[in-house]
Design a protein around this ligand. Structure first.
Ligand code: FO1
Length: 316
């Protein structure tokens, strides 16, 4: 893949799906040429700590330290601290491993000293030897809030973890996005990248928060020709998580085409899985180039193949 060596690639990222894509991407291009712009709408404050699940999942995965059983948190984890919290009857539904806690302790302390989330994320990524540039979508607080059909508002992790996303949703909003600014370099990274990839993350709760930050969607529109989105919906559902159901609950079809429709104003190429090949024509009618390939990233090699296929199509 020599023709890619000096290409700059920006990836809009949520959590697990994006982490899998990045793990493959760094096998195909120089990690130093990759910038990950990561959703922080899932962030939460718990036990007095600031936790950034998507930033940590991306960094831990790129450091090859991600917990393989869960897809989040660290491998070789202990749960002694959580056991003590549980002993006291404290909040223990959001599992924080003993090693993972160290990340939240460090991040919270640095925030209290006035460091920005971007600065702290760079320090954490550097300490893990991660060469990819990992930046939050914003250094300002933005929180994904879902409203159930019963009218109850839930913080994202209450919905996703405490209730196992087993409630019907009527609305999703990103509290704080109106005033939040993109983190420094986010806009310039998008405008100067040779290619922008939108990872196969949940379009409504992982990618949408990033697009809700002022200037980001406009920057993508300006260079939509080389913006490539990979569908997170395969055969009507997500490989992991509630994306398919959420699309339905919010009035969309649960299909790759529905995701293409959401992205059509700022994406030039939409990548779908072989099983969804019948949707290619409808996607082209939206004005998008449609690529069909195997998008199921069951291991690092398959993630690399997907990245190689997608990038070579655009570069050649
Ligand atoms: N997901 C769960 O399903 N259960 C958990 O207890 C849990 C804890 C957790 C701790 C740290 C972290 O970075 C992520 C964690 N996640 C957990 C995953 C998290 O809810 C998701 O990664 C994202 O928010 C969705 O992408």
């Amino acid at each position: 893949m020599t023709e890619l060596t000096n290409k700059r690639i920006v990836v809009l990222c949520g959590g697990v799906g994006a982490a899998k894509l990045l793990r493959g991407l760094i096998k195909v291009v120089d990690p130093k040429s990759v910038t990950a712009i990561v959703n922080t709408g899932d962030d939460l404050s718990m036990h007095g700590l600031h936790i950034s699940p998507d930033l940590d999942t991306i960094i831990y995965t790129l450091a090859n330290e991600i917990n393989p059983d869960t897809g989040w948190g660290l491998k070789d984890e202990g749960w002694k601290a959580m056991d003590m919290v549980a002993k006291y009857g404290g909040i223990d539904w959001f599992r924080l491993g003993d090693r993972d806690l160290g990340t939240h302790l460090f991040r919270t302390q640095k925030l209290s000293e006035g460091s920005t989330l971007s600065e702290i994320t760079h320090e954490i990524a550097t300490k893990w030897g991660v060469a990819v540039r990992v930046i939050p979508m914003s250094d300002d607080p933005v929180r994904t809030i879902v409203t159930t059909v019963g009218g109850e508002e839930l913080n994202f992790q209450d919905y996703f973890v405490r209730l196992s996303h087993d409630v019907e949703i009527a609305n999703i909003r990103f509290e704080g996005h109106e005033t939040a600014q993109p983190a420094s370099d986010v806009i310039s990274e998008i405008l100067t990248a040779d290619i922008v990839l939108i990872a196969p993350s949940n379009p409504l709760v992982s990618i949408a928060p990033i697009l809700s930050i002022s200037g980001i969607e406009d920057a993508l529109r300006k260079r939509s020709e080389n913006v490539i989105a990979i569908s997170g919906i395969i055969n009507g559902k997500a490989l992991k998580g509630p994306a398919g159901r959420l699309l339905n609950e919010l009035g969309y079809e649960a299909s790759a085409t529905a995701v293409a429709e959401i992205y059509k104003n700022f994406v030039g190429t939409f990548v779908i899985d072989d099983v969804d090949r019948s949707e290619c024509k409808r996607i082209q009618e939206l004005g998008l180039r449609c690529m069909i390939t195997d998008t199921v990233m069951t291991d690092g090699a398959k993630s690399a193949d997907l990245c190689r296929t997608v990038l070579s199509e655009i570069i050649n």
